[in-house]
Design a protein around this ligand. Structure first.
Ligand SMILES: CC(C)(COP(=O)(O)OP(=O)(O)OC[C@H]1O[C@@H](n2cnc3c(N)ncnc32)[C@H](O)[C@@H]1OP(=O)(O)O)[C@@H](O)C(=O)NCCC(=O)NCCS
Length: 210
């Protein structure tokens, strides 16, 4: 029996649980640091917090941090990994991941998403519903490509960056670390570390005309 532990009992966690069960895991169990206040997550109960999970690690064949926030997800991922947790990957059966693509531990690929040939996705990544990551893209750790966002070929995305819902990134662009691409943005220039860009063409939030 393949049992998956999920740390993070919110909406994103529910989608990861659903994808995991559809993708071949037999059972999922939720943990959340808001326990005991948080007792359930949709169809599932919450069994305890991070400490409970660490104490019960041997019961699980896989562990995933199912928290949307990139920085928090990465912190928890590292803590669990350091404790020897078997960080899993989850791919929904309705996603397409090329046999020539690589996914790091703790990464999830949601329904309708595509990860194309020679793409590389680091650890603790989220390729969310209907997002596409095209050929030769290189994504660092703790990256989130939000629902319906599209990365053309050869795009690089640095550690902890996220690309908002419905955004599009032109081929060959380099997004630095901790970059935020706003919902619906069209990125046609590379983006340095730490910047938030919005609009079409995407510009720093601070540089927008009023
Ligand atoms: C870009 C974003 C992070 C900015 O959030 P924020 O720092 O809280 O910024 P604010 O909401 O205060 O907006 C600042 C300004 O940028 C504008 N703005 C914000 N997001 C924008 C977007 N996606 N496109 C165009 N303009 C945007 C706001 O209208 C506001 O303009 P104003 O100064 O003229 O009033 C956020 O709006 C966004 O797009 N998040 C993506 C959400 C998403 O994809 N969620 C999916 C989860 S799975």
């Amino acid at each position: 029996m393949k049992r998956l532990a999920l740390l993070g009992a919110g909406g994103h966690g529910k989608v990861v649980a659903d994808s995991a069960l559809a993708g071949g895991w037999d059972a999922v169990e939720f943990f959340d640091d808001a326990w005991p206040q948080r007792q359930s997550n949709g169809s599932w109960s919450v069994a305890g917090d991070s400490a409970t999970l660490l104490a019960r690690l041997r019961e699980f064949q896989g562990v995933i941090v199912s928290i949307g926030d990139c920085s928090l997800r990465w912190n928890k991922h590292q803590t669990l990994q350091a404790a020897g947790a078997p960080m899993a990957t989850v791919v929904h059966p309705a996603a397409v991941v090329s046999r020539y693509a690589l996914l790091g531990g703790g990464t999830v690929v949601m329904p309708g998403a595509v990860v194309n040939i020679d793409a590389f996705v680091g650890e603790a990544g989220i390729i969310n519903t209907g997002a596409t990551v095209d050929h030769d893209c290189r994504l660092g750790d703790a990256v989130h490509i939000c629902p319906g966002a599209h990365l053309s070929g050869n795009v690089q995305v640095g550690h902890g960056s996220w690309v908002g819902v419905g955004a599009a990134v032109k081929q060959g662009m380099i997004l630095g670390e901790r970059v935020v691409v706003g919902a619906g943005a069209v990125v046609v220039q590379s983006v340095p570390d730490g910047l938030t860009v919005v609009g079409n063409p995407a510009l720093p939030v601070s540089a927008r005309k009023t």
